[in-house]
Design a protein. Structure first.
Length: 139
């Protein structure tokens, strides 16, 4: 890979890390459109608990991974919420980057030409060598 490509990749990673580590702390804490549409028809109290009415949000269950180390946009065990959210974002970016790099590494284009020390062991090289340069022709 060229130096310019590495610089572009490193710059993109740096921007993603800054966005995830710092800017993510300033995201809105209010429900998004999906949450608010699921609560239509219900009455909620000050703590956002459903206290009456009928809405799809009443059937909501806790996620199976709700107790995982990175649940709820934070890192379990880190008491400072700013640091917890930022660290969670940085870890997410690094894991995603590692998976992407690993995937591209597995799918990379490999050199299919025989190397210099092979001695013509490919099928094409063997056919040319056996027929004196002329294969599949009769005299």
């Amino acid at each position: 890979m060229k130096n310019r490509s590495w610089a572009f990749l490193a710059g993109g990673l740096l921007v993603a890390l800054l966005l995830a580590g710092v800017v993510s702390n300033y995201a809105s804490s209010h429900p998004d459109g999906l949450d608010s549409s699921l609560r239509k028809g219900c009455t909620v109290d000050v703590d956002d608990n459903i206290v009456g009415g009928s809405c799809p949000a009443q059937q909501a269950k806790d996620h199976e991974l709700g107790d995982s180390p990175l649940a709820n946009y934070g890192v379990r065990g880190v008491e400072n919420s700013f640091l917890s959210t930022g660290l969670s974002g940085v870890l997410g970016v690094l894991v995603t980057f590692a998976i992407g790099v690993g995937g591209f590494w597995l799918l990379r284009r490999r050199d299919t030409a025989p190397s210099e020390g092979d001695g013509g062991t490919s099928a094409e090289g063997a056919a040319v060598g056996a027929g004196g340069g002329r294969t599949g022709t009769s005299d």
